[in-house]
Ligand binder design. Structure first.
Ligand code: ADP
Ligand code: MG
Length: 250
């Protein structure tokens, strides 16, 4: 589904991504791991359109999407979450879910003036979808809570929820499990698996917790120093000499 070829992202003399090529298969949950500073987040940032790469290409379903801005990728079904959650703290969880980006009928001022019926119909549709997401993630007990009052883990769950408000094809998750307690981590993991199996979402996720990765992901791609070091099933990658060396240092 996603093909990244010989991608480079240089910031002056820093070669954050330095000739990385990866493949993300449709319907997979692909893991991306590697030591701090390996270039994982930068790779996500380039794929998701936050930076135009120094060189290299990114394709989605065969189409060259290199350097397209995030909102265009969003409309193609490519979404990402951030290492730090991006909730609106003074809105409730339900309201956060309902803040889906424009693009559907009823969104423009023109429509608000001249087609109020269409606006109301859309609002009802969005509300219904938010209810579905709240049910799916089992967060009904905090639906009317201000997002700013949620725990770190609940905020991550809300981020995942926001990707469900649109028809995503592929979702990139940057350390969705970081700083999350065990119970909530399991909930997030279960939600990812269900979205994958029941809604056909493809995922690529950066994560440090190897147990979490091993439980969810196949294949696992390992990055170090801006390059792909290894790729394969979790057990194989874990036993790889080069991977062990990259983690333990030389
Ligand atoms: P990871 O997510 O694997 O920990 P990053 O992609 O965040 O790694 O960072 C890779 C390298 O690129 C690091 O050396 C980091 O300091 C550098 N880097 C990341 N973003 C920028 C930026 N916007 N400007 C300059 N250097 C950056
Ligand atoms: Mg990172």
């Amino acid at each position: 589904m996603v093909e990244v070829d010989d991608l480079r992202m240089h910031f002056g003399g820093i070669h954050a991504v330095d000739g990385a090529s990866i493949r993300i298969a449709k319907s997979s949950i692909t893991g991306l791991i590697g030591p701090n500073g390996a270039g994982k987040s930068t790779l996500f940032n380039v794929i998701a359109g936050h930076f135009a790469p120094t060189s290299g290409t990114v394709r989605l379903d065969g189409e060259d999407i290199t350097g397209l801005p995030p909102h265009e990728l969003f409309h193609k079904g490519l979404l990402r979450t951030f290492q730090t959650a991006h909730e609106f703290g003074t809105l409730t969880v339900r309201e956060n879910l309902m803040m889906v980006p424009p693009g559907q009928p009823g969104e423009t001022l023109w429509n608000a003036w001249f087609r109020p019926g269409a606006v109301r119909a859309r609002e009802a549709m969005v509300r219904e979808r938010a209810d579905e997401v709240i049910d799916f993630l089992e967060i009904g007990h905090v639906a009317e809570e201000y997002a700013g009052n949620l725990s770190g883990g609940q905020k991550k769950l809300l981020e995942l929820g926001r990707t469900m408000m649109v028809d995503a094809k592929i979702v990139f998750l940057d350390e969705v499990g970081a700083g999350v307690n065990r119970t909530l981590l399991r909930t997030i993991g279960d939600a990812i698996v269900r979205l994958n199996r029941e809604r056909g979402y493809t995922f690529c996720l950066i994560e440090h917790d190897m147990d979490f990765i091993a439980r969810l992901c196949d294949p696992v791609i390992v990055m170090a120093e801006g390059k792909v070091l290894a790729e394969g099933p979790p057990d194989v990658v874990r036993a790889d000499e080069a991977v062990i060396e990259a983690y333990l240092g030389r």
